[in-house]
Every structure is written in C-alpha cells, then in structure tokens.
Design a protein around this ligand. Structure first.
Ligand code: IMP
Length: 192
C-alpha cells in the first residue's frame, strides 16, 4: 500500500519511517511533487492535521495522513498548544520559540508539560484520527543535539535526558508521535 505522509519536516519523516512496516510504502510530499506549504488555519490539532491530509488526497488522489503537534505547558494554561510553531512569531523559528518559552518559565516552579500529536488519515475519503501524548517537563536550559523543535528543552517523565539527547528509537518508543503512529499502523495492518 502506498501512503503519503503530508510533511516537509525531514525529522518527522525519519521518525515515522522508522516505525512503518514493509507492507506500507511511505512517500513524502517531495516524492509526489507537492512543494507548497499547506495552510494550517484551524485552531485545533485535529483540524490542522485533517486540512493537510485532505488537501493531498483531493489534489493527488492518494491516501494520505498528516500530523499536527502541540506543546502544552501547564503553568501557561496549555500554551503554546496549537500555536507551538508560531509561538515566537511567523518566522516559525525553533530557536526563538525555545528562548521565549524558557524566558516565560524563568521563575516558574511548575515546569510540567506534555506533547500532543494528532494524526489524521484520509483513506477512501473517510477521516480517521489517532492521538499520542507524552508527559514531561521543560528543562531550565537546552541539552542535546538530536531531534528538532522543542526537543532540547523537553525531558519526558522517567528519563534524565531530553528528547534531543535520547536516541531516535527511544524517542519513538515513548513519544507523542511514536504513540500516534503506532495506533495508525495498528489500524492499517488490520486492513491487509
Ligand atoms: P507541527 O506539528 O509541525 O505544526 O509542529 C508544531 C511545533 O511543535 C513546531 O514548532 C515543531 O517544531 C514542534 N514539534 C513538533 N513535533 C515535535 C517533536 O517531536 N519534538 C519537539 N518539537 C516538536
């Protein structure tokens, strides 16, 4: 089965590809010649994931899934949440986002937070959703070079390292995207 993952983010692609079984051929937006930035205009993770998956299915007539992720910080009442990519502005810079978040939490004792991913699958023009959540905390400074986005300042509960220090397989075992992707794969495998 050929399935499009609607992302331009090579780190996400690498994480998801590592989990996909051989019965599924994963193709990226670049592989299908979709070079545009698909608008994410919804104010929910579900809405944005569905917008991206539906855009590809309608334009390219291929089954497609897309993910949308938010970092929800308890002391900030769930912010930045669905606005995580643009937290420090439209430039969508991970460096700027981390600087802003660390400064917002500078004097904060409650540093608990969670990543939430929603995957929307468009298969035969039907939408299905798969969710993954990982709880953890925001560190006081960046650590690690792996991963992307907020990984250098997110330490999952039960671990002493940030997502940017942990190997990809460990992140995939416990992460928001890993959990949501495994639910998606489980669903697809029942169709074979
Ligand atoms: P989106 O799902 O690509 O819209 O991601 C929203 C924001 O969360 C962006 O700033 C991403 O860099 C960040 N993000 C998404 N997934 C992860 C992750 O697995 N680790 C760290 N940051 C992430």
């Amino acid at each position: 089965m050929k399935l499009v993952f609607a992302t331009h983010n090579l780190n996400k692609l690498k994480e998801v590809q590592a989990l996909i079984p051989s019965q599924i051929t994963l193709v990226s937006l670049t592989d299908i010649g979709c070079l545009e930035d698909i608008p994410e205009t919804s104010n929910t993770l579900e809405g944005n994931a569905k917008l991206k998956a539906d855009y590809v299915t309608q334009k390219y007539n291929l089954p497609c899934f897309a993910d949308d992720t938010g970092l929800l910080v308890n002391a900030l009442k769930g912010a930045p949440g669905v606005f995580s990519a643009r937290y420090a502005g439209e430039q969508k810079s991970s460096d700027d986002n981390m600087i802003k978040l660390l400064s917002e939490l500078y004097t904060e004792e409650d540093r608990t937070a969670k990543f939430q991913t929603v995957i929307a699958l468009n298969l035969n023009n039907e939408s299905l959703f798969f969710e993954g959540i990982v709880e953890g905390e925001i560190t006081t400074r960046r650590k690690g070079e792996k991963g992307f986005g907020y990984d250098p300042i997110f330490k999952p509960h039960g671990y002493n390292q940030t997502f940017a220090e942990l190997p990809l397989q460990v992140k995939n075992d416990i992460s928001h995207r890993g959990i949501a992707t495994k639910k998606l794969i489980n669903y697809l495998q029942k169709l074979f």
